[in-house]
Design a protein around this ligand. Structure first.
Ligand SMILES: Nc1ncnc2c1ncn2[C@@H]1O[C@H](COP(=O)(O)OP(=O)(O)O)[C@@H](O)[C@H]1O
Ligand SMILES: [Mg+2]
Length: 401
């Protein structure tokens, strides 16, 4: 029996590290290799980009990395954790990177150089700045200023910079940051780790076509059935909760390996056990929790539906969902064929509608090695869209198709 006043260890959606964090050993290994390098004043050779639709554990991975770095190397590495709204401008970016003692003088110098309209001081730029070849004068100033500040800071103490929700980074800031990161790493220990939804690829590629291929891309996806089982069962076991194996296997399967749903299941099972003053998961507890899960999932799906609706892409999303009901993955040609059968909102082409669905995380390129294969982004969202959307045939008639 779980005591009444015990805190529920599952916190779905809070971006917290889950109580048991399976299926991410490869990412964790790579992170710790980088941390070891930083500790030895060696810069990892590339930045890391974590990219996946929401609910797959991007923030959890960043939080884990931050926690482990602080645990292992708090004295040797500065961990800076930011979201795009904290670094809307280049001065804000520098401010975040700079230890407070030197903040004012650096900022003063920076503001002076940012205001400079002519690139008068740029004649002395290092000759090896292939990165800067395509930058306009203002972008070059941003690049050199951020690089100078970053290098100076990292030479004093290695920096690990974590940027969550990076698909929302202001373009000038993203550009300066990525270029400066590359340059700084040639001279000082620095690592940039960015996380974002599948829209991040388009966001960064719009700034520079090679950003994506230059960095290490991690795409945390769905968990295996065994890992989903572990994520739900093991935290409960620490409270001496027992379970019928078949029931928990079915629950793990119901979660579809979607990390967010594993935590939702854990949370609901835990609270039902507490309310029933029970210590064993049987059919009754599972059914009560299942009802809670359905309610929470409806709210979650409704949120996703609303944002696709705001983009006026429900007919496109529905047509795509109907095809995925017959086929697990679609290639680009098949996807475009489907989009060609629906009326797209004004201003959209087939390609922009496809990318809008990618940016939304409705579909995604789950295989980094094959960018022309598309998987559903969020499990069962397509089934929900199909049941909620007005029948496609009616829509087509209304639209005079
Ligand atoms: N590997 C995992 N196993 C179990 N739960 C996970 C895992 N990764 C993340 N979670 C949980 O899933 C939920 C969604 O994770 P989050 O990091 O917020 O996703 P994202 O940032 O990609 O939207 C959180 O409650 C988190 O604790
Ligand atoms: Mg997140």
């Amino acid at each position: 029996m779980i005591p009444e006043n015990t805190i529920n260890p599952f916190e779905p959606g809070a971006g917290k590290v889950p109580p048991v964090f399976p299926g991410r050993e490869r990412e964790q290994y790579q992170f710790m290799q980088c941390v070891k390098r930083l500790e030895h004043n060696i810069a990892p050779s590339r930045d890391i980009i974590i990219c996946a639709p929401r609910g797959n554990g991007k923030t959890a991975l960043l939080t884990w990395l931050e926690r482990e770095t602080s645990r292992q190397a708090a004295n040797n590495i500065d961990v800076i954790d930011v979201t795009p709204d904290e670094i809307n401008t280049i001065p804000e970016l520098i401010n975040i990177l700079t230890p407070s003692g030197r903040k004012s003088s650096l900022l003063g110098r920076l503001e002076g150089s940012i205001k400079a309209t002519a690139p008068a001081g740029l004649t002395g730029l290092p000759a090896d700045t292939g990165i800067t070849a395509k930058l306009n004068p203002e972008q070059q100033v941003a690049f050199t200023t951020v690089t100078a500040a970053l290098t100076q800071c990292c030479l004093r103490k290695p920096i690990l910079l974590l940027v969550d929700e990076a698909h929302n980074l202001a373009q000038p800031v993203a550009q300066a940051l990525l270029n400066a990161s590359q340059k700084t790493r040639t001279k000082a220990p620095f690592l940039l780790v960015m996380a974002g939804t599948p829209g991040l690829r388009n966001h960064l590629s719009a700034i520079n076509a090679t950003f994506w291929e230059r960095n290490d891309i991690l795409q945390p996806g769905l968990l295996t059935r065994e890992d989903a089982y572990k994520a739900i069962a093991e935290p409960l076991e620490t409270f001496q909760v027992t379970h019928e194996q078949d029931i928990l296997k079915n629950i793990a399967q119901d979660s579809q390996g979607y990390p967010y749903f594993t935590q939702l299941w854990g949370e609901k099972l835990f609270s039902r056990l507490q309310l029933q003053q029970a210590g064993h998961i049987n059919r009754e507890i599972a059914q009560l929790a299942a009802k809670d899960i359905r309610d929470a999932q409806q709210i979650f799906y409704q949120g996703r539906y609303d944002s696709i609706e705001r983009l006026e892409l429900i007919p496109a999303a529905t047509a795509v969902a109907e095809r995925y009901a017959q086929q697990a993955i679609l290639d680009q040609g098949q996807l475009e064929e489907i989009l060609n059968t629906v009326t797209l909102p004004a201003g959209h082409t087939i390609k922009t509608a496809r990318e809008a669905l990618v940016n939304e995380g409705y579909i995604w390129r789950a295989d980094p090695a094959d960018q022309k294969v598309f998987h559903p982004g969020i499990p069962s969202l397509m089934a929900y869209i199909k049941t909620q959307a007005p029948a496609l045939s009616t829509l087509r008639i209304n639209q005079g198709d």
